[in-house]
Unconditional design. Structure first.
Length: 261
């Protein structure tokens, strides 16, 4: 069963981490205000979820992450295509895109809050900015790495530019684009939490900040665990979509060379 090959190693690693963690917080170990026991973190997590206290914050963070990620990804792919296909667009616009990316987003966060307020909109804008550039670069690189011989062959058959883009360049760039999407979803979550740290009344980042102020380390770890689980599942979701869409790049390693599933 293939799923066991993927599931067992992470579970073994998790068991080792939990055993070491439990030992470190046992009798004579680290005090709870430095490192709470796994049972204390589990209790804080269950209490917050069962009481409903955590859910509005989780929904807020996930909403800002996914909305900002969608907007940033669409804009990045469109801009990447324009830069890769148009030297004029690249000369006029790309230097400013790089300048925005080079500016630390934490420095831009106060300005974004002034413009868009303390609600969901400011977090969405910050998320979109953070996940934009990696996907932009991957899109440009993927399109420009298209085999020039394939393009020349298509042109020799009088194929129009739009046909060449859809049938040759876009499939060639799909793997790089999905790699950027996988990086982007993790950065999107980081952006959402950074925005909540700066100023927010809701969100998992707000929960972590409040737990830090109150020295509730177990609740702090519970918030971090929520973010980690969402990040892992989001990354695997993007990878699963990639395997469906870019199926030609995923030949099982146990098949002889040249065979397709």
């Amino acid at each position: 069963m293939k799923w066991l090959r993927w599931l067992v190693p992470p579970l073994v690693t998790l068991s080792v981490i939990l055993a070491a963690w439990n030992y470190a917080t046992g009798p004579g170990g680290l005090p709870p205000y430095l490192l709470p026991a796994p049972s204390a973190v589990a209790q804080a997590l269950w209490s917050g979820l069962a009481s409903g206290e955590f859910w509005p914050h989780i929904v807020f963070t996930m909403s800002s992450t996914l909305i900002g990620y969608a907007i940033g990804s669409i804009l990045a792919i469109v801009a990447g295509v324009l830069v890769a296909e148009s030297q004029l667009f690249e000369r006029f616009v790309f230097p400013y895109i790089v300048a925005i990316q080079a500016t630390p987003k934490v420095a831009l966060a106060p300005l974004i809050l002034v413009w868009f307020g303390f609600g969901l909109a400011s977090k969405v804008v910050l998320v979109a900015l953070i996940c934009f550039f990696p996907l932009l670069v991957n899109t440009i690189g993927g399109i420009r790495r298209t085999d020039p011989e394939l393009v020349a062959m298509a042109r020799s058959f009088s194929r129009p530019s739009w046909w060449i883009f859809l049938h040759i360049k876009l499939p060639a760039a799909a793997g790089a684009i999905f790699a950027g999407l996988e990086i982007g979803i993790v950065l999107a979550l980081i952006g959402a939490v950074v925005g909540e740290f700066v100023a927010a009344e809701r969100g998992v980042g707000y929960l972590i900040d409040a737990a830090t102020v109150n020295m509730n380390v177990a609740a702090l770890f519970a918030g971090v665990l929520i973010l980690a689980v969402f990040g892992v599942f989001s990354s695997f979701a993007v990878r699963a979509v990639q395997r469906r869409v870019v199926f030609w790049e995923h030949v099982p390693s146990d098949l002889p060379t040249g065979e397709r599933p």
